[in-house]
Design a protein around this ligand. Structure first.
Ligand code: T5A
Length: 218
């Protein structure tokens, strides 16, 4: 009898989920984690900012206070450097499938396109923080700004980023459009204004196509 093949990737996979406020990343991360776990994969769910104990403290500062733009950039980079070293790299070495709610693209979209911080400076900070660790696949959950903000408002009190102007959030969305155009090999747009089940259907197809081959079977 042939030995059964364990459903574990040879090296870990790194999937990031991105989008504006209320795009549905947390909801879809949970569904994707359940789906992959049922298939036998070891899944690590994490997020930025706040994926480590130090990151939790930085998250409080970042989401509660309006900081000078360069200070904000440096704190997101400090959060990410700690996260990469203490969580992401060890998980990949242990062949985990990482589902990370926000990563470097958030800095480009929010601090770059939203705040107007210099793109080269952001690229340098991302490089220092990640030591070049890039997601294998990025799921960009794209919703119109009005839809995302209405969902975020429906959930309760808004943090300092969610209270930014509509124009700010439109620029952030444009930032994601730019990134999708720049990195079509790793970034997939998901139409996230649809009902939760239909959004997940697109996500499971994108993950299947990227990791399991064209047949989508696994
Ligand atoms: N940030 C982060 C930066 O500026 N730079 C950086 O480098 C990084 C890493 C993070 C903040 O930090 C900023 C960006 C952010 O402002 P956060 O609390 O993690 O803050 O906020 P978000 O990531 O925006 O998380 P949210 O919880 O606001 O949005 P999600 O996770 O995208 O959405 P989710 O799943 O919580 O859903 C929101 C609501 O909508 C409903 C859900 O039930 C929930 O009530 N919903 C849907 N309703 C209808 N149809 C659907 N398809 C739905 N999907 C979800």
């Amino acid at each position: 009898m042939m030995a059964s093949v364990p459903m574990v990737p040879m090296t870990g996979w790194f999937i990031s989920l991105e989008g504006i406020e209320g795009a549905g990343k947390t909801t879809q991360t949970r569904l994707l984690a359940d789906w992959l776990t049922q298939k036998g994969y070891g899944v690590l769910v994490t997020h930025e900012p706040g994926g480590t104990p130090l990151g939790q403290s930085l998250r409080q500062l970042l989401l509660q206070h309006k900081l000078p733009h360069r200070t904000e950039l440096l704190l997101y980079a400090a959060d990410r450097a700690t996260h990469v070293t203490e969580v992401l790299k060890p998980a990949l070495q242990n062949n985990k499938v990482i589902l990370c709610d926000r990563y470097t693209d958030s800095t480009i979209a929010y601090q770059g396109w939203g705040r107007g911080v210099d793109a080269t400076l952001i690229e340098q900070m991302n490089q220092v923080a990640t030591e070049g660790l890039t997601p294998d696949l990025t799921l960009w959950l794209d919703v119109p700004v009005a839809v995302g903000l209405a969902r975020a408002k429906g959930r309760g009190a808004l943090d300092q980023m969610e209270r930014e102007s509509l124009a700010f959030h439109e620029r952030v969305r444009q930032g994601y459009q730019y990134l999708n155009h720049q990195y079509p090999e790793r970034m997939v747009r998901i139409a996230a204004e649809l009902p939760i089940e239909q959004v997940f259907q697109q996500i499971s197809l994108a993950v299947s196509a990227h990791f399991f081959g064209a047949s989508g079977c696994q």
